[in-house]
Design a binder for this molecule. Structure first.
Ligand code: ADP
Ligand code: MG
Length: 302
């Protein structure tokens, strides 16, 4: 055995498959076939008329919204290429871009326009977008749209909706009920509302098993322990819980130089996860209290 073989992990094959932002190993989300077909059925028209139905996709964190939308956009681009249709799909995450301006900038760049480093003003971005539309239809997917949908100034989604050959896919992490959507969004965009429900036990197990096969060495985790992780992850409703518990249990087992993950590793990973969630909740409460205090102080000034 060489020095390097000796150093190889006994637990992990490739831990990247358990990262919270990792793509599905096969490239296609598992257990979402019918949801994806349902979404696609509203977009099919784009290839005939340049216009599809706007979609509003919502559901709790960790229900596969981002991964499904990215897959859908990829399929749109692939189909457009294969059929030589002038259609293209662009993805932007408003949770990252935050402002209407940066969201628009990403959309224009994503639709193939070269924007100079120094940047453009909003009106130039808009006219660049309109130029692109003269050549092709565009599907714009705005993930984590909560970050901009309530903004009063420059409501970018209404501008996009008013453009010809533009179809919107809005994705929300926060809105758990369509009734929370601004009235204007419902009446102007008339979107088809699609809710992604949390994965049940069987689905969670299937998704986690696929990751385990790619991330761990064969036999690094027993079926019984995997069932336990899947059970708790499906109860939490967030598939990421499963990923993070497996990753942390795997790292513990590795550090302790075990050849298999045991129930102790799984238990302490669950405990660690709960601790982090608790700390996050406390932090949330603290910042809400601070905010309220600041508001009160502001009032007192007048
Ligand atoms: N159906 C699925 N098949 C395979 N992996 C999935 C599936 N759903 C979610 N995942 C994975 O779980 C993680 C979280 O999914 P994500 O799409 O970001 O959830 P959401 O956007 O709803 O919060 C990602 O790593 C993603 O690849
Ligand atoms: Mg997401």
């Amino acid at each position: 055995m060489t020095l390097f073989e000796n150093l190889q992990s006994r637990i992990f094959k490739d831990a990247r498959w358990l990262q919270p932002l990792s793509e599905p190993p096969s490239g296609k989300p598992l257990c979402r076939e019918s949801d994806l077909e349902f979404m696609a059925s509203f977009l099919l028209e784009i290839f005939r008329t340049g216009h599809g139905r706007n979609l509003f996709i919502y559901g709790k964190p960790g229900t596969g919204k981002t991964v499904c939308i990215r897959y859908l956009l990829n399929e749109i681009n692939k189909h457009a290429e294969e059929t030589e249709m002038p259609v293209s799909a662009v993805y932007v995450n408003a949770g990252r871009t935050r402002t209407p301006y940066y969201t628009m900038l990403e959309i224009v760049k994503g639709s193939g326009f070269k924007v100079p480093e120094a940047g453009w003003q909003m009106f130039r971005l808009k006219s660049a977008f309109e130029n692109v539309l003269e050549e092709k239809a565009i599907v714009v997917a705005i993930d984590e749209v909560d970050a901009i949908i309530y903004k009063e100034r420059e409501p970018i989604i209404y501008y996009l909706n008013s453009q010809p050959k533009t179809t919107l896919i809005l994705v929300s992490n926060k809105i758990e009920d369509a009734a929370q959507l601004p009235e204007r969004a419902l009446s102007t965009l008339q979107p088809k509302l699609i809710k992604l429900e949390p994965y049940n036990f069987e689905e969670t197990k299937k998704i986690l098993k696929d990751r385990v096969e790619h991330a761990f060495q064969p036999k690094a985790i027993s079926n019984r322990l995997l069932n336990k992780v899947a059970e708790t992850a499906s109860e939490s409703g967030d598939i990421r819980t499963g990923f993070s518990v497996l990753l942390s249990a795997g790292s513990d087992a590795e550090r302790a130089e075990k050849s298999k993950i045991d129930s102790e590793d799984i238990q302490s990973a669950f405990k660690g996860k709960r601790m982090i969630e608790l700390l996050k909740k406390l932090q949330d409460i603290k910042s809400r209290v601070e905010k309220r205090k600041r508001k009160k102080r502001k009032f007192k000034l007048f």
